[in-house]
Ligand binder design. Structure first.
Ligand code: NAP
Ligand code: GDD
Length: 347
């Protein structure tokens, strides 16, 4: 039985890739750091904690010894590093801890693998945020990087480190440059989940309105379940390499908001411009969305659109879910969360 070690298992991608690996017959060692409040809601939602081939272990990316001891204990065939301080906005507030976790943390892993079990295949969760102020449209594996946040800079360090360990020590160290991918299991602080959660709360009269930041930013948004299939394929490739995973389409935050209002069957009217822009419900005339400067970032990534053709030709991977379908899935799941109370932690 193959053993996979998955860091960041309490996060969106960690939970979904664990589900995928278990379905393929792996033993999965999922690692989480100690937190004072339980953060296992995604693991419970996907029923992972009951699976006899799923083991939960404690590990912190900033602590080399916690990584080495798990490598010695389980000798994994594959190592998926999905842990990070992954919220761009927080990286401006806590740039040092972001670089220690998201950047240096990867150095801890690669050094541990090199010393302890160098034949472990390693996957690094790189990001389209490394393209930042995009130097080419669409962005591909060869596009020059220009990160625009402490998060993007930390991820770029981790990405080059992964390439460097591949080239220096002949390790199977691969990097997936993933564009935004969303799902019902997305954290509530990210704009897509904030929107789906708020719209359903509006419909259920739990809130009267909500606020957003920059509606002009454009992202290449895909479905997380498609993307974890791509992550898996990256480690099954014959050679370690770098791959862009994206849908190849881009939409603004405003587009996403409109598609979610449609999915929730709410008709809206837009009025005003820039910071004064507002959204009203057509039925009641009530103001439901306004703009708040506090959600703007010190430096923005204006336009992301990926070229996934290398992943298509070498991995036979492509995104299958349109943005309309994704909004539908997320809105439906949101109603389900409220109506069936499957997961009380997200409320
Ligand atoms: P997520 O939901 O924010 O999950 C991040 C995970 O990292 C959580 O399990 C978190 O644990 C863990 N973590 C944070 N600091 C840690 C530390 N010091 N030690 C150990 N674990 C720590 O992120 P995601 O959306 O699943 O993304 C997975 C990975 O892909 C991340 O590295 C992200 O940066 C990258 N990525 C994501 C996207 C995307 O669109 N989702 C795109 C490109 C790249 P807690 O539960 O304790 O906080
Ligand atoms: N979070 C948030 N909240 N973002 C907002 C808001 C708001 O109220 N209003 C507008 N936005 C804009 C942000 O300014 C940004 O341009 C866009 O919505 C997306 O923001 P997020 O959902 O926070 O995601 P992100 O694109 O910054 O980062 C995500 O994708 C990266 C891949 O490109 C994260 O998952 C990163 O970890 C990942 O690397």
């Amino acid at each position: 039985m193959k053993i996979a070690l998955v860091t960041g298992v309490t996060g969106q991608d960690g939970a979904y890739i664990s589900e995928l690996l278990l379905s393929k017959g792996y033993k999965v060692v999922g690692t989480a750091r100690r937190t004072s409040t339980s953060s296992y809601w995604r693991l419970k939602y996907l029923d992972l904690l009951e699976d006899k081939n799923f083991i939960l272990e404690e590990m912190d990316l900033t602590d080399l010894s916690s990584i080495s001891s798990l490598l010695k204990k389980y000798k994994p065939d594959e190592f998926y590093n999905l842990a990070a301080q992954s919220f761009v906005a927080s990286s401006f507030i806590s740039p040092l801890s972001t670089s220690q976790i998201t950047g240096m943390g990867v150095n801890n892993i690669l050094e541990s693998i090199r010393i302890t079990k160098p034949d472990t295949k390693f996957y690094q969760a790189s990001t389209s945020e490394m393209f930042g102020k995009a130097q080419e449209i669409p962005q591909r594996e060869t596009t020059p990087f220009y990160p625009r946040s402490p998060y993007g800079v930390s991820k770029l360090y981790a990405h080059w480190l992964t390439v460097n360990y591949r080239e220096s020590y002949d390790m199977f160290a691969s990097s997936g440059i993933l564009f935004n991918h969303e799902s019902p299991l997305r954290g509530l602080e990210f704009v897509t989940r904030k929107i789906t959660s708020s719209i359903v709360k509006l419909k259920k009269n739990l809130i009267s309105d909500f606020q957003l930041g920059n509606l002009e930013a454009k992202r290449d948004w895909g479905y997380a379940k498609d993307f974890v299939e791509g992550i898996y394929k990256i480690l099954q490739n014959d050679e370690p390499d770098t791959f862009v995973l994206a849908t190849g389409k881009t939409f603004s935050v405003r587009d996403f908001l409109n598609l979610c209002f449609d999915a929730a069957e709410l008709e809206v009217i837009w009025e005003g411009k820039g910071i004064n822009e507002k959204v009203f419900l057509k039925s009641s005339g009530k103001e439901v969305v306004s703009i708040n400067k506090k959600y703007f970032r010190p430096a923005e990534v204006d336009l992301l659109i990926g070229d996934p053709s290398k992943a298509k030709s070498k991995l036979n991977w492509e995104a299958s879910c349109s943005l309309e379908e994704l909004c539908q899935i997320m809105i439906e799941a949101e109603f389900d969360f409220y109506e069936n109370k499957k997961n009380i932690f997200i409320l």
